[in-house]
Write a protein that binds this ligand. Structure first.
Ligand code: ADP
Length: 180
């Protein structure tokens, strides 16, 4: 599914984030930036040692913040590493921190002149964020960003599995119909 917002495109696809041809891909990292499981492990495996070396130099990343490294051996030139919240009960600032993770990643991309960015579904794996709620926050953040800025031309969500894609598609349809 794909929609145009302002001068940009928001697209949802099922796939593997490491195989994207966008200028940057976003990693759902952890505070230590030392690599981990899920998307993080896949990105470091595909990106190779240069990505980890730069992460170690940077030292760490706060929850909701974002940092950038080379893409190493990936087709993407850059990896933006952001840290989503660990979901407890939704009452510990999780929505705000998840929104920050998306916003700070997009701002960082913008500051580097990056025009296309692919995101995974941050926090919805090991960090336990309920998928539907997370999809709403992720999509709202991308929509607001594209409405307010014209420099980023493509924001692509790369969903792992058919179910995640369906949840994101349903949410995007709801958000688009509310807006019109
Ligand atoms: P977090 O710790 O932020 O929850 P995870 O990596 O555990 O991060 O999971 C985040 C989401 O990424 C999950 O929905 C998971 O299914 C998905 N995922 C795992 N591997 C990939 C991949 N290679 N490409 C895209 N999405 C992935």
């Amino acid at each position: 599914m794909e929609i145009n917002i302002n001068k940009g495109t928001l697209s949802l696809v099922e796939g593997d984030i490491t195989r994207q041809d966008t200028e940057a891909i976003v990693n759902a990292a952890n505070n230590s930036l030392r690599g981990g499981g899920g998307v993080d492990g896949a990105i470091h495996r595909a990106g190779g040692p240069r990505v980890l070396e730069e992460c170690i130099k940077i030292g760490g990343c706060g929850t909701g913040e974002a940092v950038i490294t080379t893409g190493g051996n990936l087709s993407a030139k850059y990896v933006i590493h952001t840290v989503g919240p660990i979901y407890r009960d939704g009452l510990h600032n999780e929505p705000r921190l998840l929104e920050n993770a998306y916003n700070n990643s997009l701002k960082l991309a913008s500051s580097k002149g990056i025009k296309s960015v692919a995101f995974p579904s941050i926090s919805t794996g090991a960090y336990g964020y309920p998928l539907e709620a997370a999809a709403g926050i992720a999509l709202n953040a991308a929509i607001s960003y594209l409405r307010g800025h014209t420099d980023i031309e493509l924001v692509r969500f790369v969903l792992f599995g058919k179910k995640a894609l369906e949840v994101y598609e349903k949410k995007l349809k709801e958000l688009v119909s509310q807006a019109s």
